[in-house]
Design a protein around this ligand. Sequence first.
Ligand SMILES: O=C(O)C(=O)C[C@]1(C(=O)O)C=C[C@@H](O)C=C1
Length: 93
Amino acid sequence: MQALRDSIDNLDAALVHILAERFKCTQRVGELKARLRLPSSDTAREKQQVERLRSLAQDANLDPDFAEKVLAFIIKEVIRHHETTLVRTGSSS
Ligand SMILES: O=C(O)C(=O)C[C@]1(C(=O)O)C=C[C@@H](O)C=C1
């Protein structure tokens, strides 16, 4: 049991680090979008991401619906960050 919990703790730490790296990338995208006055969300891109992630999940034996929900949750937070960046950089008006 303890060995399994140690593995879970390591995997949770990896998830946090991976998420932090992803948010660093999306922060840069948000700044670019603000500068170029592009919309915060891109539904065509999201559709591609969902398709790809569902396929990856299937191959990895992970429930694709769950993977899609996780992605949607993350993207919702990214869009919130993009909106904050717009206000912070004064590009929202
Ligand atoms: O690729 C973009 O345009 C982003 O802003 C990043 C991202 C994402 O988190 O992957 C977030 C919002 C968009 O709707 C699509 C994708």
